[in-house]
Design a protein around this ligand. Structure first.
Ligand code: PLP
Ligand code: SF4
Length: 343
């Protein structure tokens, strides 16, 4: 019988869902393009070019699709859109506010707190959050690329007080399933480790990243695993995200959220309550609400300590106790995050 080569019609190729890697490669990196998609007049973000030249914008379309068309104050848009205020130099705001440069033990390995180490697996993120303290961190020189894993693994092996490794970045889920599998296997071979934590914004900004291969690798791990996602507003959690999170949940992964308290984005009681409720509905518990790190370029996002404390006490009056996050600040040289009521 003559063999026929199956021909896939062009339109069905065009309709194939994009892989997460393709979606990442097609992330929006031009402020004008973002505003155009959202039908927002450029005058709303005048003089943003110097800011986007200093720290480029980057946002996957899956995240953009949750923004409101025509709304220049959209809480998701404001997290990722470059603004002229970013280039103002504000006193008290620096480039390494949390002392990460001092805590490097081996390249990319931070050991600041008892029992746990944080491994910067990559400098890359799927999204550029304008308020991020990492906007100035020289990650290219401080990540633990594969060549540095050997040193990091050796450090962890030699300190049996370490029971938990936190994969961070950048964003560790930007790494391929193969690289993660390799790294997790290296860690699983260290007997005194019992927990693995993954800090990632990808379940929220690019939910297709939660692939079957990733889920089954986590499921079969001997580690007790925690994925700490990062959502700041209830609108970030739509059906796609709920679906991705439920896959992790069914694989036995504990899900927590850390958010940053941000002026104009989530600094009011209704937004905070909605966020906690949306998280729990998606199987996620609120963990930390961070006071902004004093990073140069992010001063316009800052919320006063008193306003933060007042939000938390209002939440305590209206929410189940486990839906109230811990309000904290990271202070260089401290042995843990510092609770806001001790500041
Ligand atoms: C925040 C952080 C941790 C984790 O702290 P937890 O309070 O356990 O969530 C660990 N290492 C470093 C360097 C950190 O910044
Ligand atoms: S490290 Fe987290 S908060 Fe910072 S830019 Fe990357 S995803 Fe955003």
């Amino acid at each position: 019988m003559p063999k026929t080569i199956p021909v896939i019609p062009a339109e069905s190729v065009a309709n194939l869902p994009l892989s997460w890697q393709q979606q990442l490669a097609q992330a929006i990196t031009e402020p004008d393009q973002l505003l155009k998609i959202l039908q927002i007049a450029p005058e709303n973000f005048a003089n943003n070019v110097p800011a986007s030249e200093q720290f480029s914008i980057k946002v996957p379309r899956a995240f953009v699709s949750k923004m409101q068309i025509g709304n220049p104050r959209d809480p998701l848009l404001l997290q990722v859109m470059a603004q002229s205020q970013e280039i103002l130099s504000v006193e008290g705001y620096g480039c390494d506010p949390v002392g990460d440069l001092d805590a490097n033990k081996t390249p990319g390995l931070l050991h600041k707190y008892a029992g746990r180490v944080l491994l910067i697996t990559t400098a890359a993120c799927a999204v550029h959050c304008r308020y991020c303290f990492r906007r100035h961190f020289p990650y290219q020189h401080h990540q633990a690329g594969r060549e540095q894993w050997v040193q990091a693994i050796e450090y962890i092996q030699n300190d049996s007080s370490i029971s938990e490794v936190i994969l961070s970045g950048g964003d560790p889920l930007v790494l391929s399933d193969e690289r993660l599998d390799e790294l997790i296997s290296l860690l699983e071979a260290i007997p005194h480790l019992s927990r693995l934590r993954i800090h990632s914004r990808l379940p929220v900004v690019l939910p297709d990243r939660i692939t079957g291969a990733l889920v089954s690798r986590l499921q079969k791990s001997r580690f007790n695993i925690c994925v700490v996602i990062h959502a700041n507003h209830a609108n970030e959690i739509g059906n796609e995200e709920i679906c991705a999170l439920s896959k992790l949940k069914r694989a036995g992964v504990h899900l927590l959220n850390q958010a940053v308290l941000l002026e104009g984005i989530n600094n009011n009681i209704e937004d905070q309550i909605n966020l906690s409720e949306a998280l729990f509905a998606a199987g996620v518990l609120p963990y930390y609400l961070h006071l902004l790190d004093a990073v140069q370029g992010a001063a316009h996002f800052d919320v006063e300590l008193q306003a933060g404390l007042s939000l938390i006490s209002q939440m305590q009056c209206r929410l189940a106790g486990f839906l109230v996050p811990k309000l904290v600040r990271e202070i260089a040289g401290e042995v843990s995050k510092t609770p806001a009521n001790e500041l």
